[in-house]
Design a protein around this ligand. Structure first.
Ligand SMILES: N[C@@H](CCC(=O)N[C@@H](CS)C(=O)NCC(=O)O)C(=O)O
Length: 207
C-alpha cells in the first residue's frame, strides 16, 4: 500500500497525529510537506477535495478530514482499538474533542483587529480553554491511572491531544501563556509521558 500524507512542514496536531502513528507503527509513508506555493497550486488541481489539508493519498486515492485520516493511520499502526467497539468510539470521542477545541480557538487566532484580538485571547486563556482542558482532564481521570486516554496503551487519541496541547501551551501563540496546563495535573503528566516515549523522542529529533 502506497501512502502519501500531505501537509505543510509544521508539527500541527492535524497531521502530526497520523505522521507519528505511522512512524511508531513502522509503516512506510511519504511525508510530503509542500511549500506555500505548492499548497496554492494543490488547492486548484484537485489534491484537496474540500480545499483543506491534511489529506492522505492511499494508492492514489484520497482521504480527507483529520479524524478520518487519524483513524485510518491508527488502524494500520496498531494505535486504534481493533476489537473493542466501545474503546474505538472513545478514541473517536477524543479526536472529535481535539477538533472542537481547535475550533474554539479559531476566532481569536484569526481576529485581525489587534485590540479585539488581545481581548479574545485573554478570554480564551482565562475562560474558554480552561473549560475544554477540564474535559480532557476528566477523561484521563475516568480512565483510571493508566496515563492514557483510552484503555491501557497509547492510541491516536493520546497523540492528538499531546500535539494539540503542546501547541496551545507551548508559548507559540501570542496571548496564550505557557502555564496553561498548570491546573490540570493529569494532562500535564500525560504531556511529559508522551514526550518521553522513545519513538516520540526519535521522531522529534528527526524533525
Ligand atoms: N475539517 C478539516 C479542517 C482542516 C483545516 O482546517 N485545515 C486547515 C489547515 S490546519 C486548512 O486547510 N486551511 C487552509 C484553508 O482553509 O484554506 C479537517 O478536519 O481536516
Amino acid at each position: 500500500m502506497e501512502l502519501r500524507l500531505i501537509y505543510p512542514d509544521i508539527p500541527f496536531w492535524r497531521a502530526e497525529t497520523s505522521r507519528l502513528a505511522l512512524f511508531i507503527g513502522g509503516i512506510e509513508f511519504e511525508d510530503l510537506r509542500p511549500s506555500r506555493e505548492e499548497i496554492a497550486k494543490m488547492k486548484t488541481d484537485g489534491t484537496f477535495p474540500f480545499g483543506q489539508f491534511p489529506v492522505l493519498q492511499v494508492d492514489g486515492k484520497t482521504i480527507a478530514q483529520t479524524g478520518a485520516i487519524a483513524r485510518f493511520c491508527g488502524k494500520l499502526s496498531g494505535l486504534y482499538p481493533s476489537k473493542d467497539e466501545f474503546a474505538a468510539a472513545k478514541v473517536d470521542e477524543v479526536i472529535d474533542l481535539a477538533t472542537d477545541i481547535n475550533n474554539q480557538m479559531r476566532p481569536a487566532l484569526r481576529e485581525k483587529d489587534p485590540k479585539l484580538r488581545i481581548e479574545m485571547r485573554r478570554e480564551l486563556s482565562k475562560t474558554i480553554l480552561p473549560r475544554w482542558l477540564g474535559f480532557l482532564e476528566k477523561l484521563l481521570q475516568d480512565n483510571g491511572d493508566t496515563g492514557f486516554f483510552v484503555g491501557h496503551s497509547i492510541s491516536v487519541a493520546d497523540l492528538a491531544v499531546w500535539r494539540l496541547c503542546a501547541w496551545i501551551s507551548g508559548g507559540i501563540i501570542d496571548g496564550l501563556p505557557v502555564g496553561l496546563l498548570d491546573g490540570f495535573p493529569l494532562l500535564s503528566v500525560h504531556q511529559s509521558q508522551i514526550s518521553n516515549l522513545p519513538k516520540v523522542v526519535e521522531w522529534i529529533k528527526k524533525h
